[in-house]
Design a protein around this ligand. Structure first.
Ligand code: FAD
Length: 288
């Protein structure tokens, strides 16, 4: 590990000032489950590391006028234990539960998962399926953008070195929306997703409404499948249409072919997971 300076600001404002003061030779540390691995192997010092893991403003989960606000510093374990998440977005609990093991979930944060931006990130699909937005802040103020615009490519987001991810907002209109997440890995635990998926929808007068299908590990970033969504939108709920949507979703993704799974296998998974998450969301809708 190369030597570096270390600062641990007390609050969000001090963190932003520290980032601005040391940019561009500065990195943020939250739970460290991704970054410490990287830090041990880099050939150049990061300059200054700003530890945001104890900043209270990044930790809250609360209902606001806009929806449900989840601080970037909230850990996966905190998500799993939170009553507001359980009430409004239980699919986030299922997604968090699939991340690593207990130790990783206790340290790893939602913000760190999104900023690392690997295509297989397990918190991405559910949030994309719920039209989540993120707040980004820097010395010139803050801005809110759709999560889909935050992701740029594998391990790349729109964040500049002097910017901090503050929170994730699930819009009010989507709180309680029937949603299902499913991850398929080669093991039950401690496995990267070969494919992960989330679907959200309302059923109104027996018809699909506001369908969202989101897939991870099948493209450079977590993506939606808009053509598959369109095939369902406004139509009476049916298994045949869900099957059709699964097949269309396959055409909207670019999975890789590697030692973990062949291209054909991943394509099958996209079809199956799209169908499964849609069917599960329909079942949740029927219970409400
Ligand atoms: C053993 C193991 C198993 C894992 N299994 C999974 C898995 O199954 N699924 C999965 O999705 N991930 C998995 N991960 C990856 C990792 O645990 C998650 O991505 C975790 O959420 C990262 O959060 P963190 O707080 O530890 O981030 P850190 O490691 O602290 O930071 C990660 C990156 O995000 C940046 N960052 C952190 N917070 C902010 C912020 N607020 N604003 C701006 N930038 C920020 C850092 O600078 C760094 O670039 C695993 C990791 C390990 C070590």
């Amino acid at each position: 590990m190369k030597p570096f300076d270390f600062v641990k600001p007390d609050d969000q404002e001090a963190a932003i000032s520290a980032l601005a003061a040391h940019s561009p030779n500065v990195r943020i540390l939250a739970g460290g489950t991704d970054y410490l691995v990287e830090l041990k192997h880099v050939s150049q010092s990061p300059g200054t590391v700003v530890d945001v893991s104890q900043i209270a403003e990044l930790k809250g989960i609360e209902e606001t006028e806009d929806g449900l606000r989840i601080g970037a510093g909230v850990t996966h374990s905190a998500i799993m234990a939170d009553p507001l998440i359980e009430k409004h977005v239980p699919a986030m609990i299922h997604a968090a539960h699939t991340i690593g093991a207990v130790q990783t979930r206790n340290l790893g944060t939602l913000g760190g998962n999104l900023v690392t931006c690997v295509p297989s990130m397990d918190s991405g699909p559910t949030l994309v399926a719920l039209d989540a937005e993120v707040t980004v802040a820097g010395p010139d103020g803050s801005r809110r953008i759709p999560l889909t615009e935050f992701f740029v490519g594998p391990r790349k987001t729109i964040l500049a070195p002097h910017e901090l991810l503050i929170d994730v907002i699930i819009p009010k209109r989507n709180l309680g929306k029937p949603t299902n997440f499913y991850k398929f890995g080669l093991r039950k635990g401690q496995a990267l997703a070969l494919v992960n998926a989330a679907s959200s929808l309302w059923v109104e007068d027996g018809k699909f409404k506001d369908v969202r299908i989101s897939l991870g590990a099948v493209s450079p970033v977590v993506v939606r499948a808009p053509k598959a969504e369109a095939v369902l939108e406004g139509k009476p709920v049916s298994d045949d249409l869900i099957s059709e949507a699964g097949k269309i979703a396959v055409t909207e993704c670019n999975p890789i072919d590697d030692f973990r799974a062949s291209l054909d296998y991943r394509r099958d998974l996209i079809d199956v997971l799209t169908r499964r998450t849609l069917q599960a969301a329909v079942e949740i809708a029927a219970q409400e």
